[in-house]
Design a protein around this ligand. Structure first.
Ligand code: ADP
Ligand code: AIR
Ligand code: ASP
Length: 250
């Protein structure tokens, strides 16, 4: 396992060369970071659960015809994905006011938004991922107008699908972040969903109690972070037991 070539180590994942050209292995670490890695911790088991949740969601997206980088889950912490050229944007979709939107616009957390809102952030840690407009994206050639159109259409489809999927198990999809990449297939380039979709990259609230079941538990020192992620996986039917009963991933 350790003889594979490491391509990149990020804050939450490591990328290794995959078995075939054009593939890579995403290894999910237990590291948690927030506020651009100013706050750090190891949350035992987080990587395992995010690997399972993200694999589950990507499988479902592939099944409904939303193209993603995901090929298959290899083991508890690793998944095989297609290598893409990452478009340097963090695409955030929001249904309910929270986090930076609440801070920036003075809208109380939990206020439903009149419609789903898509925002773009320039993926640049040194700059703290600043929010940008389409004008910046096209002027600086981070993505073409066509790619922005594809990204917006895919993001809205994903939001519709995930909102329903989480809603069915009593979870409100408040907001989430997506990354997209360019998948080169011969002369063709396709825009596909990359990275991960997990409680690290989404805000998930219990519908009944509004209890947070996502990375805000870590950001805001609410405790029981991994336990909340396991509960998300349990409700989605990915793990069988509750955290207290000792989960089993299948
Ligand atoms: P970060 O780089 O922000 O610290 P991670 O620790 O999650 O984040 O590292 C994963 C990195 O892999 C991210 O930079 C992400 O953009 C990149 N990535 C995700 N999916 C793919 C893919 N299919 N091909 C190439 N790079 C990818
Ligand atoms: N996000 C943005 N950058 C990294 C991540 N994980 C996610 C957050 C939240 C949404 O994007 O986890 O679900 C909006 O974040 P914020 O901080 O802009 O309110
Ligand atoms: N993951 C990013 C970081 O490490 C941003 C965040 O989720 O707060 O800072």
């Amino acid at each position: 396992m350790s003889r594979r070539k490491k391509i990149y180590e990020g804050k939450a994942k490591i990328l290794f060369e995959g078995p075939e050209p054009g593939t890579i292995i995403q290894y999910f670490k237990d590291d948690a970071t927030a506020f651009n890695a100013q706050k750090k911790a190891i949350l035992e088991g987080k990587g395992v659960i995010n690997n399972q949740i993200s694999g589950f969601i990507m499988t479902n997206l592939n099944a409904i015809g939303v193209p993603t980088h995901y090929i298959k889950t290899m083991n508890m912490r690793e998944q095989l994905v297609r290598e893409v050229e990452i478009i340097p944007l963090e695409v955030v979709c929001r249904n309910v006011a929270a986090g930076s939107l609440s801070t920036r616009l003075g809208i109380e957390e939990g206020t439903p938004l009149p419609r789903s809102i898509i925002e773009f952030y320039y993926k640049k840690d040194e700059l703290n991922d600043p929010m940008v407009a389409e004008e910046h994206i096209t002027a600086f050639n981070w993505a073409s107008t066509q790619e922005i159109d594809d990204i917006m259409a895919l993001t809205l489809r994903i939001n519709d699908y995930l909102f329903g999927m989480f809603g069915a198990v009593g979870i409100k999809l408040v907001d989430f972040k997506l990354e997209f990449g360019r998948l080169y297939e011969g002369d063709m380039v396709r825009t596909v969903v990359a990275d991960e979709i997990s409680p690290d990259s989404a805000r998930l609230w219990d519908v009944q109690t509004n209890e947070k079941m996502d990375k805000d538990r870590f950001r805001r020192d609410l405790g029981n972070v991994t336990e909340a992620y396991v509960e998300v996986a349990r409700r989605l039917g990915i793990v069988k037991q509750s955290a207290a009963g000792g989960e089993s991933v299948h």
